[in-house]
Design a protein around this ligand. Structure first.
Ligand SMILES: [Zn+2]
Length: 136
């Protein structure tokens, strides 16, 4: 004679794998893009110290893998300081950082004045041979 088990396992099956609250943590803290100095070396605290020519010892740029994600502006290396009319040419990694993120910098160097001035909509620089403001 058979004596079949009659216990029900329905409820167990239904509950399996269900997420009781749905309150799963998927939001990760925002990671700022990695940055380096313009020659690819690590940023050190005193990189903003000014050299005799008025330039900083080092300039921060977006790291290589960040720039590799694509540019939203053309890569332009020369800009004009509208106050003095002198053209300043910067290094490739700085130019690519502007192209990747036009709002990355708040100011830039003029080699005519030997000082830094603001960029952006109210800034003092345009890209060479354009009327387009640097940092916009
Ligand atoms: Zn100038």
């Amino acid at each position: 004679m058979t004596n079949p088990q009659t216990t029900s396992d329905k409820s167990a099956a239904y509950n399996e794998g269900a997420s009781p609250s749905g309150d799963v943590q998927v939001v990760e803290p925002h990671q700022p893009p990695r940055t380096t100095l313009s020659d690819g070396t690590q940023i050190y605290p005193e990189h903003r110290s000014l050299k005799e020519n008025g330039q900083q010892e080092g300039y921060v740029v977006l790291a290589e893998e960040e720039r590799a994600k694509g540019f939203v502006r053309p890569v332009r290396r020369s800009y004009v300081h509208q106050k003095c009319g002198v053209v300043t040419t910067m290094g490739q990694t700085l130019a690519e950082t502007y192209a990747r993120d036009p709002y990355f910098y708040s100011g830039t160097f003029c080699c005519g004045c030997g000082k830094h001035f603001p960029v952006g909509e109210d800034g003092e620089f345009v890209w060479d041979k354009t009327t387009e403001k640097v940092g916009t």
